[in-house]
Design a protein around this ligand. Sequence first.
Ligand SMILES: Nc1ncnc2c1ncn2[C@@H]1O[C@H](COP(=O)(O)OP(=O)(O)OP(=O)(O)O)[C@@H](O)[C@H]1O
Length: 238
Amino acid sequence: MVSVVRFENVGLRYGTGAETLRDLNFALEEGSFHFLSGSSGAGKTSLLRLLYLAQRPSRGFISLFGEDVVTMARSRLPALRRRIGVVFQDFRLVSHLSAFDNVALPLRIAGVGETEINDHVTELLEWVGLAGRSAARPATLSGGEQQRVAIARAVIGRPELLVADEPTGNVDQDMAFRLMHLFDELNRLGTTVLVATHDPLLMSRVPSARTMRLERGRLINGDTRDIAAQPPVARTAS
Ligand SMILES: Nc1ncnc2c1ncn2[C@@H]1O[C@H](COP(=O)(O)OP(=O)(O)OP(=O)(O)O)[C@@H](O)[C@H]1O
């Protein structure tokens, strides 16, 4: 199995305080689906930032797509970064672009033709329930609508790795399940997926996924199948 991501003895310290992340050792195999759970402040966003190359670790080794990214020249990072779809916790949409153009952005950067872009973006906006909002600017969209635009932008280019930070925190349960279905489909097409979430019900929607749990900066591995068996609502919903 090829590891898309590998962390060895990784630690992260902000400033001079105690380490926020400690002794992280894990690998994400190509085509796998993982949830990252943990209470607020456990370090989920910090771990994801290491993964999508927004932050370098204080110690340890990280490889992405087989390349050592800790010692890699900064100039080489953007090329790797383009292989990753990211759903940021705070969305980070481009404020002067419409919902449509935000979602189209990765395809335009990749040089895809406008006819194909139009078909793909229209179809995806429909799937996330935003068919009627494609011309809207981010500031005129609700939090949940912005989150769905951010998700559509992250998945549209079928990235090799998808990293999503609490991607369903602003939408209702039906939409959250629909978005998980989208991630699951993307995963079936070969994308390696890592989703940070507090929500056990959400984790139960992807029975094949594994769960990594962070507790005060350390990883404790679990298994979503145990969680999926527990909530009666999840059994009813499925
Ligand atoms: N840029 C930063 N500088 C200093 N400390 C930070 C920084 N970013 C995060 N922290 C601290 O690191 C710890 C972990 O934060 P992080 O955002 O990674 O947790 P989280 O598990 O994602 O939390 P939540 O679920 O609430 O989003 C927190 O104590 C936070 O205050």
